[in-house]
Design a protein around this ligand. Structure first.
Ligand code: PLP
Length: 358
């Protein structure tokens, strides 16, 4: 039976990527053995790693002077690796939610953190504005979280700052064109918009490394992984393969520009229904609404029907729309692999629920 998968991460993967991965689990690249049992040192797997990095560069127009890495430990390890490798005395963070808060906590282990702007006053329902001009050019870097998975807010453009810019793009990379040259480092856990859980994409400008004076364990140095082509130790081979196939699909469909148009269109459909339907309301500031995580709650007079709506959609094979406990209500995650058909199924459920209760 067809399920409509709205989970926030791990989340829906394209049929193309799933099919290719399951075939490779049976027989990888004509080797006659499984992707899960072949050495990462074989030419066949080396080709997967090389092609994956190349495809990231192609899809995102990565300029010369940057390295593309596939690491482990999730975006959460990057919260610590970024300050370990880049924080000299102090770094600047923009706090837009739980993930940014987690990144700040790790940075504080290695130096001073200037929390230049935050939207904590309104439960992170908006993106703070006007802080760029207040950045101290002497700061080691400025860290932002481009899409706030839990609250459904998203930066709509790349900020201009007079310092190195670092971004957690775990939940919106590949969903809009980005000017990579504005960033010193970008990281993204794969399980939302890159591929399978277990691997983290990092894009780093080579010349920003090696500047801090601290002992860094070898495995936590970006330079180690650059020097070893993301194979300093055994990589999560299957997860990297699924990323390659996910990105191949993006390319087949027309690349990041097309992903952006599709994301805009899918999100608009859902936001239009949230704004029209008297039972629901959005939780994020309209101008900062995310194209990836659509957060909404029941209007006050229908608050007692939230559990009922959850059961109602489940009965229609719509899964994963329960909101994060910190926001409540509902969250529909509609990353690149989400089908418009599933978005329509959710909209129809909202309309039918309205007919039944109003
Ligand atoms: C999911 C998520 C994380 C955490 O990723 P892990 O890979 O579980 O460590 C961090 N930041 C953002 C923006 C996320 O969406």
């Amino acid at each position: 039976m067809k399920k409509h998968n709205f989970y926030a991460g791990p989340s829906r993967l394209s049929d193309y990527a799933l099919q290719a991965t399951s075939e490779a689990i049976n027989d990888f690249a004509g080797t006659g053995i499984s992707l899960l049992s072949i050495s990462h040192r074989t030419p066949e797997f080396q080709d997967v790693m090389d092609s994956s990095a190349e495809l990231v560069k192609e899809l995102l127009n990565v300029p010369e002077g940057y390295s593309v890495l596939f690491l482990q430990g999730g975006a959460s390890l990057q919260f610590a690796m970024v300050p370990l490798n880049l924080l000299d005395k102090s770094a600047t963070y923009i706090n837009t939610g739980v993930w940014a808060t987690g990144a700040i906590a790790e940075a504080k282990c290695y130096g001073e953190v200037v929390e230049l702007a935050t939207s904590k006053d309104k439960n992170f329902s908006y993106i703070p504005k006007g802080w760029e001009s207040k950045v101290d050019p002497a700061t080691s870097y400025v860290h932002i979280t481009t899409n706030n998975t839990i609250y459904g807010t998203q930066y709509k453009s790349d900020p201009n700052v007079p310092a190195l810019l670092v971004a957690d793009m775990s939940s919106d990379i590949f969903s809009r064109p980005i000017d990579i040259s504005k960033y010193a480092l970008i990281y993204a856990g794969a399980q939302k918009n890159v591929g399978a859980a277990g691997v983290t994409l990092v894009i780093v400008r080579d010349d920003v490394l090696g500047k801090v004076d601290r002992v860094i364990p070898k495995i936590l140095k970006y330079q180690t992984h650059i020097d070893k082509g993301s194979m300093y130790n055994t990589p999560p081979t299957m997860a990297v393969y699924t990323c390659l196939k996910t990105m191949e699909r993006y390319k087949q469909l027309g690349g990041v520009e097309v992903m952006h148009q599709r994301a805009n269109a899918k999100a608009q459909l859902l936001y239009d229904e949230i704004d029209r339907n008297p039972m629901f309301k959005g939780t994020a500031a309209v101008e900062d609404r995310s194209n990836m995580n659509i957060c909404f709650v029941m209007n006050d007079e229908y608050k007692d029907k939230e559990a009922l709506f959850n059961d109602f959609v489940k009965a229609r094979n719509i899964l994963g729309v329960k909101g994060h406990r910190l926001v409540g209500g509902f969250r529909a995650s509609i990353y690149n692999a989400q089908r418009e058909e599933s978005v329509q199924a959710l909209i129809t459920a909202m309309q039918d629920f309205e007919k039944r209760h109003i």
